[in-house]
Design a protein around this ligand. Structure first.
Ligand SMILES: C[S@@+](CC[C@H](N)C(=O)[O-])C[C@H]1O[C@@H](n2cnc3c(N)ncnc32)[C@H](O)[C@@H]1O
Length: 186
C-alpha cells in the first residue's frame, strides 16, 4: 500500500475549527464511544483536532495518550491542550516510524481513535498488533480514513489487517467524507 506522512503544516488546516462546520464534529463523532475515566489511545493526532475533545470526554479521571511521529505536531498539540486547560490528562508522545512504543499500556486502553492515519503507516499489520496489545478485552477502535484519498480496496486491506490482529468490525458509523469501521477486540 502506498504511504507518505502528511507535512506538518497541514496540521494547522486539520486542526481548524472550520472542519467541524464542514461536517466533522469531534464531539458528535466521539461521544458514543468515550466516557469519563477511560484510557484512550490516539495514534497520529496531528495538532489535536480530536485530542482536546477526547480529553474533555474522559474527564479529569481519564487520560489520552497521543502519539505522533512529528515533533511539530506534538508541540502544537501541547500548546493547544494547555490553552484549553486539559493538558493534565494528556500524555503526548513523539514516536518512531517503526513502533508506537506502547509497552507501558499493555491491556490498559479502552478506546483507540485512528483517524486519517493508518494509510500513512508503513506496516498496517504491525500497527494493529500494537493497538491490540495495548487494548483491553472488548476495547473499541474507531478507524476512519479519508474517502477518495483511501480507496475501497485499500480500506478493505486495513480491515483485514485489523482482523488478523484480533479485531471484529461491529459497524460502519456514518462520518462525513470518511470510510469507517468500529472495531471490537475479540
Ligand atoms: C492526516 S494527519 C491526521 C491528523 C489527525 N488524526 C486528524 O484527523 O486531524 C496524520 C497524522 O499521522 C501522523 N503519523 C504518520 N505516521 C505515523 C506513525 N508511524 N506513527 C505516529 N503518527 C504518525 C502524522 O504525523 C500526522 O500527524
Amino acid at each position: 500500500m502506498p504511504h507518505s506522512v502528511c507535512p506538518w503544516w497541514i496540521g494547522y488546516l486539520l486542526a481548524s475549527p472550520l472542519r467541524k462546520w464542514l461536517g466533522q464534529d469531534p464531539e458528535k463523532i466521539l461521544r458514543p464511544y468515550v466516557h469519563e475515566g477511560m484510557t484512550v489511545l490516539e495514534p497520529g493526532p496531528g495538532m489535536g483536532f480530536f485530542t482536546i475533545p477526547l480529553a474533555r470526554l474522559v474527564g479529569s479521571s481519564g487520560r489520552v495518550i497521543a502519539v505522533d511521529l512529528q515533533p511539530k505536531m506534538i508541540a502544537s498539540l501541547k500548546r493547544r491542550a494547555a490553552k484549553a486547560n486539559v493538558m493534565d490528562r494528556i500524555d503526548a508522545r513523539v514516536t518512531s516510524p517503526d513502533t508506537m512504543g506502547l509497552a507501558d499500556l499493555d491491556g490498559k486502553v479502552d478506546f483507540t481513535l485512528a483517524f486519517a492515519v493508518v494509510h500513512e503507516l508503513p506496516d498496517t499489520g504491525h500497527f494493529f498488533a500494537e493497538v491490540a496489545r495495548a487494548s483491553k478485552q472488548n476495547a473499541r477502535v474507531l478507524l476512519a480514513e479519508p474517502r477518495g484519498h483511501v480507496g475501497d480496496e485499500a480500506f478493505a486491506a486495513e480491515l483485514s489487517a485489523s482482523a488478523n490482529a484480533g479485531f471484529t468490525v461491529a459497524e460502519h458509523p456514518a462520518i462525513h467524507r470518511s470510510l469507517t469501521g468500529l472495531l471490537f477486540k475479540n
